[in-house]
Design a protein around this ligand. Structure first.
Ligand SMILES: Nc1ncnc2c1ncn2[C@@H]1O[C@H](COP(=O)(O)OP(=O)(O)OP(=O)(O)O)[C@@H](O)[C@H]1O
Ligand SMILES: Nc1ccn([C@@H]2O[C@H](COP(=O)(O)O)[C@@H](O)[C@H]2O)c(=O)n1
Length: 458
């Protein structure tokens, strides 16, 4: 950046009036371009190699992550190190695949497609999320990937992984882990004409940091904290997703819209907790305007973004709240506004999807991911509807609509539901007022109206 700014701004000013100015400028430009290319190549090459302090974190379904690092990285007195590898029991193998490209949209899309490919590769293998990073530069060094657990040592798996490496040799790093007499070795593979084992290093299990890197990377990769963050991801996405370009054109990038004098009330909750039923009734009772996020103006692209990586999908939903805020602001000048889902839905689902395992793995209370973005119109009241799992599933079945993939997952995965609801409960500024929506429609409406009266000037 410094070189470019010097070339484009400072240098021309210094040279103004000089006859050779255009030639010098061109030479400087070409030189700068070649230097930048060399830098990019060096950075990419550095990514392909091991860095001594590199740490790996493996997501675990029911516990905190499993961490390991190169043995050279661990001081002999460092506590908590052990080499009990849960994955390598009985002569099994494990492989790690990390995406090394630094372009985040490209990296996220490659990771998603690799995840799909790996899961379908060989029956019986297990694929879990893995992060590789350097502790004092987590965001700058982060590489996402997978640990592939092959307890039965399938012969064709290694060939298939080599195929993947060959196809994506500039963008991924492949390592294999084997255990020999209680010591675990990491072999790094590289394409050099053919796929070759480049080097072998001993790795050891170590204690990990709190909060875990899976929590630390949530902000900016699934939970956004400003419109600028969202736009930067969508602008990068627009190079490969035409719908992102169209979406950006819908965004009015003027000032932050200000709420009118009437109250804005958001209704949140898991699917089939009764949000649509309640919001329709509130609309009638309060003579309110009913809006939803995503708003109709951008919902035609929802399916495209639902099929995208978390980074891009969540950017779509985050943006949809900013787009909805413009309508909410206008409507609240003339009547109360009821909003069916808003920011809390975007954040709660993103957190619960990204954080594997159980509720204990969620970011602690008051974490930054639970905070309302400062540049987003703030509602006066957020109500969270909760019902028991049995009742909710009963309502889904009775409703008889076709379920989305996410709804199917929600139905199948009780832990996921609990994490979404707990994330909702941890939201702050504004937090949620929780209503038991398991009662009759009339009782839920009555209870909600009395809470609205208490909190808002209605
Ligand atoms: N209090 C209630 N008691 C019994 N059934 C209810 C109640 N509220 C809503 N229902 C029924 O439960 C089903 C789901 O309700 P609704 O569509 O309002 O939920 P929702 O939260 O908007 O769902 P989604 O988020 O999936 O759109 C509907 O068939 C609705 O008629
Ligand atoms: N503001 C929002 C609204 C929705 N989502 C995502 O959509 C899913 C549910 O939408 P329904 O139309 O079925 O209510 C929800 O699970 C979120 O993933 C969002 O992120 N932000």
């Amino acid at each position: 950046n410094t070189i470019t700014s010097c070339c484009c701004f400072r240098f021309p000013r210094m040279m103004a009036g000089c006859k050779t100015f255009p030639i010098v400028c061109l030479q400087l430009y070409l030189h700068t371009r070649s230097m930048l290319r060399t830098c990019t190549r060096m950075a990419s090459a550095a990514c392909q190699h091991r860095v001594k302090s590199q740490m790996y974190a493996v997501e675990s379904a029911c516990k905190s992550p499993f961490y390991f690092t190169l043995k050279d990285n661990v001081s002999p007195v460092s506590s908590g190190t052990s080499n009990a590898w849960p994955f390598l029991a009985q002569g099994g193998y494990a492989h790690s695949l990390c995406v090394t490209t630094s372009q985040r949209v490209q990296a996220a899309r490659l990771q998603k497609s690799m995840g799909k490919e790996l899961t379908a590769m060989v029956p019986g293998i297990q694929v879990v999320k893995l992060l590789s990073y350097i502790p004092d530069n987590l965001h700058g060094s982060l590489q996402r990937g997978f640990l592939i657990l092959d307890s039965q040592h399938h012969h064709d798996l290694q060939n298939k992984l080599e195929g993947l490496l060959r196809e994506n040799q500039q963008d991924i790093q492949l390592c294999t882990y084997t255990e020999e007499e209680g010591r675990v070795w990491q072999s790094r593979w590289e394409v050099n004409g053919q796929v070759k084992e480049m080097d072998r290093s001993e790795v050891v299990a170590v204690n990990g940091p709190m909060p875990s890197p899976f929590v630390e990377i949530l902000r900016g990769s699934a939970v956004y904290s400003s419109l600028q963050d969202v736009l930067s991801v969508l602008r990068e996405s627009a190079k490969v997703i035409p719908e992102a370009e169209k979406l950006l054109k819908c965004m009015d990038l003027g000032n932050i819209p200000e709420k009118g004098s009437h109250p804005v009330i958001v209704i949140e909750g898991l699917d089939a907790t009764g949000k649509s039923t309640l919001t329709e009734s509130l609309k009638q009772h309060l003579k309110a305007t009913l809006l939803r996020s995503p708003p109709d103006s951008i919902s035609r692209w929802r399916k495209t973004f639902d099929d995208e990586t978390s980074l891009i999908k969540r950017a779509y939903y985050a943006l949809s709240n900013y787009v909805a805020a413009v309508d909410i602001a206008k409507a609240s000048e003339v009547s109360p506004v009821i909003v069916d889902r808003f920011w809390h839905s975007t954040a709660a689902y993103a957190i619960a999807t990204e954080i594997g395992g159980n509720i204990q793995n969620l970011p602690d209370h008051h974490h930054v991911v639970y905070q309302w973005p400062e540049d987003l119109l703030k509602p006066d009241l957020v109500i969270l509807l909760t019902v028991s799992d049995e009742e909710r599933i009963h309502r889904i079945r009775k409703r008889g609509l076709q379920e989305t993939q996410e709804e199917k997952e929600l139905e199948a995965n009780s832990m996921f539901r609990q994490k979404v609801e707990e994330a909702y409960r941890r939201m702050e500024n504004p937090g949620c007022v929780v209503i038991d929506a398991g009662a009759s429609r009339e009782a839920v409406l009555k209870n909600t109206l009395s809470i609205i009266k208490r909190h808002c000037d209605i």
